[in-house]
Design a protein around this ligand. Structure first.
Ligand code: NCD
Length: 302
């Protein structure tokens, strides 16, 4: 496999392998410290990012490789009107592998036709975010030691949240997984996501009520309302605080619930929840670095 556009580009077995490599990196970091020596990663970020870009960059540095790139479209020649295709073809002359984030759905697929080196989709519009899902999968694996039989609550902006779409794609492949999709009416999962679940007979319910769903959940995946994808600010302001997870709301939750959030958090999880042992979102950040290290190794064939 050369590129990673969607999480389903990886088989379940390949995901198991990546998790095994990530676990080995965690156990033996020095074994990997020169694995990508003389290799160059380019990070092309046409949209803001903290974790995704910096975790890719730190992953490459931790593997002994180097990094070039830009963190906003305005500092690249796309500000002068250069096409994505030309930008990527250029960067493919410099780097061995490219991680790119773009506001347009499908942009990485277009880029991959021209790059000549492996392309990783680091988020395309409201569509997909496969490396966040790798991060989420390692976090779930480390807390549950299985992917099967889990009831996964996904809460917030299920319409525009690309991490949600990729997580559903990934977790739908495991036996006994059920989804509880918790969102305001206007921010329900897109039809194409619902249709894919229907086609595969994946059990799910849709609800607006987080509290009544809470006692059934093994995983609670909170998400931010994606302001940048709204057509008008008024709708955003009306919907932004639809769900705020507080300590009180966790009273009826399972003792072994795992709370995930791709971050950045705006207001969806009260800071007081951070001290609850069920809060996994900063462990999730760390998992992101290890899974991206494992992915870079795989795509570069190291
Ligand atoms: C997410 C993203 O960019 O889609 N964040 C991330 O990559 N960790 C989620 C978000 O921005 O809300």
């Amino acid at each position: 496999m050369k590129n990673l556009m969607n999480i389903t580009d990886l088989t379940v077995e390949e995901i198991d392998e990546l998790i095994a490599v990530a676990e080995d990196i965690i156990a033996n970091p020095t074994k990997y410290q020169d694995a990508c020596r003389h290799k160059l990663l380019a990070t092309l970020f046409f949209e803001p990012s903290t974790r995704t870009r910096l975790s890719f960059e730190s992953a490459m540095h931790r593997l002994g490789g180097s990094v070039v790139g830009f963190s906003e479209a305005g500092s690249s020649s796309s500000a002068k009107g250069e096409s994505l295709s030309d930008t990527v073809q250029t960067v493919g002359c410099y780097a061995d592998i490219i991680a790119m984030r773009h506001p347009k759905e499908g942009a990485p697929v277009v880029a991959a036709r021209r790059a000549g080196v492996p392309i990783i989709n680091a988020g395309d519009g409201a569509h997909n975010h496969p490396t966040q899902t790798l991060t989420d999968l390692l976090t779930i694996w480390r807390s549950k030691h299985t992917f099967e039989g889990l009831t996964i609550g996904v809460c917030g902006d299920l319409k525009f949240g690309r991490t949600v779409h990729s997580l559903i794609d990934a977790m739908s492949r495991y036996e006994g997984v059920k989804f509880v999709l918790i969102s305001p009416e206007e921010l329900r999962v897109p039809d194409y996501v619902r249709e894919a679940m229907d086609k595969e007979n994946i059990p799910y319910i849709e609800t607006t009520d987080l509290e009544s769903a809470m006692p059934t959940l093994d995983i609670l995946y909170m998400t931010r309302v994606q302001r940048e994808r709204f057509f008008n600010e008024e709708d955003y302001l009306r919907l932004k605080d639809s769900y705020i997870l507080t300590v009180d709301k966790l009273e009826n939750a399972k003792q072994n619930l795992s709370i995930l959030h791709p971050l950045p958090r705006v207001n969806e999880i009260s800071v007081a929840v951070d001290d609850d042992p069920r809060a996994c979102y900063f462990k999730q950040v760390l998992c992101g670095k290890y899974m991206r290290m494992a992915l870079i190794l795989k795509l570069l064939g190291v």
